[in-house]
Design a protein around this ligand. Structure first.
Ligand SMILES: [Zn+2]
Length: 93
């Protein structure tokens, strides 16, 4: 029968200590933060915009309020979840 042993707790390396320090910083109330990575950079992308008189005009919003850091790793993580409100009909008794 195999013996199961509990591995000894190893010390954190510098990278892990810095990561934990950053995660322990309290975020200001109401600030939008990524639920996946904890990033606070919001990204909006527009496809097909034109330049008219020195200003950006038109285009289609393709990514709205997505996490920039997750996007750089190829993961789409919306920072503001879209909640669909379901309307229910009242039942007459
Ligand atoms: Zn993220």
């Amino acid at each position: 029968m195999p013996k199961f042993t509990i591995p000894e707790k190893t010390e954190l390396n510098l990278k892990e200590k810095i990561y934990l320090d950053i995660k322990s910083i309290k975020k200001p109330e109401g600030m939008i933060q990524c639920n996946r990575c904890g990033g606070r950079t919001i990204m909006n992308t527009v496809t097909g915009a034109f330049l008219k008189n020195g200003r950006k005009v038109g285009g289609t919003k393709t990514d709205k309020n997505a996490c920039y850091h997750c996007h750089m790793q190829g993961i789409h993580s919306p920072m503001i979840p879209t909640i669909k409100i379901v309307k229910t009909k009242k039942i007459k008794k």
